[in-house]
Write a protein that binds this ligand. Structure first.
Ligand SMILES: Nc1nc2c(ncn2[C@@H]2O[C@H](COP(=O)(O)OP(=O)(O)O)[C@@H](O)[C@H]2O)c(=O)[nH]1
Ligand SMILES: [Mg+2]
Length: 304
């Protein structure tokens, strides 16, 4: 079953994170009452699972309000799951496609976060939905970047617009928009140079690309997705806060969830940034991207 395979993929990727959440679940199998000591222990275990300050306080408070002085029971875990789900549920899920003309998706993030790989995966995701996809190699900063995206585009059989390394990324974006419109592409995904949130000139460049794209295509960019590396846990949130100040992000791709124990950081990401997690990266392959489903995610965190 395709469905089963997908779900077990998420589950498999969450193996390390899951071991931390089983510590939370375990707490509800102990005998005793929901007293301060219990709540302190719950708080500690949520912290250990990288859930972050806000979400941890929120969950502990809600458990206190609902169950203080009651007998601890396994049923409470369903309550905790519901609360965690409610912290993740976002207004918009999936890609916000343009009503007509090309949908432009800009990708931003620090070096090595997983931008280019996520673009390849996203291109595949859109191609699976029968969209005509073009990618734009606007990371002209590093020599290998254009090459990397070229290789992906060849493998996927999707169109690429590029220029020499060191050329103006905004002009590549300009070119790509023109071609996407003229040749009726459905989706244009724009790669950008990895920048540290402290590199002001590169952050400005990002804004310039954005303005060029907006001028060329009405309503563009339809999505500005920030790629965060899940292995950096709470640090990823600090980075994201800076990006959010410079550029209007519309959502997050949380890459590299496989192989990290920090999958709990997703709760902090959502709360602190108030941005929906739209996709999760579960590996280095082109099919290792899944649309994010809060209910499924929380269920898988607690599965044995
Ligand atoms: N395990 C794993 N590795 C990933 C994932 N996404 C990206 N990577 C790897 O992370 C490294 C950096 O990725 P890249 O896309 O080049 O990052 P960029 O600098 O932001 O464009 C590469 O070795 C990728 O294969 C993921 O979801 N899981
Ligand atoms: Mg890259």
């Amino acid at each position: 079953m395709v469905f089963g395979a997908i779900f077990s993929k998420v589950k498999q990727a969450l193996a390390k994170t899951r071991s931390l959440f089983s510590g939370i679940a375990q707490l509800f199998s102990f005998k005793g009452r929901v007293d301060q000591k219990f709540l302190d222990e719950l708080e500690k275990r949520l912290y250990l699972a990288d859930v972050g300050t806000f979400a941890t306080q929120e969950i502990v408070n809600r458990v206190r309000l609902a169950y203080q002085d009651k007998e601890v029971s396994g049923e409470m875990i369903a309550f905790v799951k519901d609360q965690l789900k409610s912290l993740l549920t976002a207004r918009s899920q999936g890609i916000n496609y343009a009503a007509s003309g090309p949908t432009v998706i800009m990708i931003a993030g620090v070096n090595g976060a997983g931008k280019t790989t996520s673009i390849a995966k996203l291109a595949k995701h859109c191609m699976n939905q029968k969209k005509k996809v073009m990618v734009a190699a606007c990371d002209t900063f590093r020599a290998a970047a254009v090459e990397q995206l070229t290789i992906w585009s060849q493998r996927l059989g999707c169109e690429i617009v590029k220029n020499a390394q060191g050329s103006d990324p905004a002009s590549v974006a300009h070119d790509a928009c023109e071609k996407a419109v003229a040749r009726n592409f459905d989706v244009l995904i724009v790669d950008t140079a990895g920048r540290l949130h402290t590199q002001t000139h590169l952050m400005k460049e990002l804004d310039k690309i954005r303005r060029i794209v907006a001028k060329q295509i009405p309503g563009a960019p339809h999505e500005v997705l920030l790629v965060l590396d899940a292995t950096s846990g709470q640090n990823a949130i600090t980075q994201a806060e800076m990006f959010k100040k410079t550029i209007d992000c519309t959502g997050i791709i949380l890459a590299k969830l496989d192989g990290t124990a920090k999958g709990g950081a997703i709760f902090g990401v959502k709360q602190k940034l108030d941005l929906p997690v739209k996709f999760v990266g579960l590996g280095e392959g082109v099919d290792d991207l899944e649309p994010f489903d809060p209910n499924e995610y929380v269920e898988k965190l607690f599965e044995d």
